[in-house]
Design a protein around this ligand. Structure first.
Ligand code: AMP
Ligand code: GLY
Length: 426
């Protein structure tokens, strides 16, 4: 089969690397891709947010049998619906199902209606009412722009002053554009044992009838060591989550995963694809922090390398509604991903810096923001490269990853040196 993956980042390169292992894959394509995807796939220079352009390309390239739509934005505007409308087979939820990520207000209402554990919240589309509510409840409090905001529309406010400023930023100054027309105001959840709280990402395959969790992983959203600095798209991940147990798995499956799949069916929004559960362990059990309608980035970079089953077999089973027939197997051991970013990220950074890569041992290099310019590999984004290492345990994988990082350079390169450390004492 010829398979096209839509997206440009590390996540898409990781998906392509997993698909490349499939015996049934003949040729891979990536729209638009980066310098890494170009090594294993043909990059296609079409704007995937332009549905007409994608449909024109699909009609002109009948040799492509299957489309994997990965990023949140094209899912939210209905790219899967459009491709299916011209008879193409796809992996990814339709527009109605992608609402679970595209609108935080929708996700909160769903959880409330179906009794799925999450932080208490209230939703407002009027600044005055929101301000009154914030003043009544007080700090600490969490403010979330309703719509998609590149993962940046969440403000954790420790003081009332911060909350009042944040509310103005989101609703009046429109710091996140139209995403801030509505706001979700949430209880600030605390972790059971750790500050600021223990979080785990659980990605799951679902065809709307069956839901199968993948191995767990932990993200690092802040820019600097010790979870300091600004929020980013993710500076590293490791798998599995150290505090995960069979008991938690059971609780999450029964109280969160199955009820979510059933709730989406009941709402006439059957979700088919990868459903991402961002969870927090609290003193009142596991709670949902957020849903994503897609693979996580950089979670995918540590989850898919551990997959033993053919990814294309799983994707097609999801599309055809026969996921229950597939036995999904994982390697034991651990995987660590260290993200290498441009100096200044997540604020202003410069592109076009030449990258040199020395010995990386048996680590895998995943490209996020890279390009080839005048025959040289250069930086082309905020997050540039992901170094991925496997090991018997997280410590071994972490040591391998950081040994490789020492041999990669460009001017201004920055990374966190503490990926793989948190939650490790229990
Ligand atoms: P989100 O984009 O919704 O995942 O939020 C980004 C990050 O903010 C999460 O990974 C959490 O660390 C934190 N967060 C979001 N909502 C809450 C909450 N209600 N209580 C505590 N932390 C939160
Ligand atoms: N790593 C978090 C996300 O993909 O949204």
């Amino acid at each position: 089969m010829n398979v096209l993956v839509i997206g440009n980042g590390g996540r898409e390169h990781a998906i392509l690397q997993a698909l490349k292992k499939s015996k049934r894959v003949e040729k891979l394509y990536c729209m638009k891709g980066n310098a890494g995807t170009a090594e294993i796939a043909e990059n296609v220079d079409v704007d995937f947010m332009n549905i007409d352009a994608v449909l024109r390309f699909a009609k002109g390239n009948p040799q492509i049998d299957y489309y994997v739509v990965t990023p949140d934005d094209p899912l939210a505007i209905g790219l899967v619906d459009a491709l299916e409308g011209i008879g193409k087979r796809c992996f990814g939820p339709n527009k109605a199902a992608a609402q679970i990520e595209a609108s935080k207000a929708f996700a909160k209402q769903l959880m409330e209606k179906y009794g799925i554990p999450t932080a208490q919240s209230a939703t407002f589309d009027n600044y005055g009412d929101a301000l009154e509510y914030v003043r009544k409840v007080g700090a600490p409090i969490v403010l979330k722009a309703d719509g998609l905001a590149l993962g940046k529309g969440v403000l954790l406010c420790d003081s009332l002053k911060q909350a009042e400023e944040g509310l103005k930023e989101i609703m009046l100054d429109k710091a996140f554009g139209a995403a801030g027309n509505k706001i979700v105001i949430e209880e600030y959840m605390r972790g059971l044992k750790y500050t600021p709280g223990e979080e785990v990402s659980v990605l799951a395959f679902t065809d709307g009838k069956t839901i199968v969790p993948m191995i767990t992983s932990c993200d690092h959203k802040r820019a600097s060591d010790g979870d300091k600095g600004l929020n980013t798209g993710g500076m590293g991940t490791f798998s599995p989550c150290p505090f995960w147990t069979e008991e938690l798995q059971g609780e999450v499956y029964e109280k969160i995963m199955l009820p979510t799949m059933n709730a989406m069916n009941a709402e006439g929004r059957t979700f088919k694809g990868c459903l991402y559960f961002g969870l927090m362990r609290t003193d009142k059990g596991m709670k949902v922090v957020e849903y994503n309608s897609r693979f996580g980035d950089p979670e995918t970079q540590v989850v898919l390398p551990m997959l033993k089953t053919d990814l294309l077999d799983i994707f097609e089973a999801v599309t055809d509604g026969r996921l229950a027939d597939i036995d999904i197997q994982w390697e034991s051991g651990a995987c660590v991903c260290v993200v290498l970013a441009s100096g200044g990220y997540p604020l202003h950074y410069v592109k076009g810096k030449e990258i040199t890569i020395g010995d990386i041992g048996d680590c895998t290099l995943i490209h996020a923001g890279t390009a080839i310019k005048d025959g040289k590999l250069v930086t082309n984004g905020g997050r540039v490269l992901d170094v991925v290492a496997k090991g018997a345990d997280i410590e071994q994988a972490r040591n391998k990853a950081y040994a490789a990082v020492k041999n990669i350079h460009w001017e201004g390169m920055q990374y966190r040196s503490d990926i793989g450390i948190k939650y490790r004492d229990r």
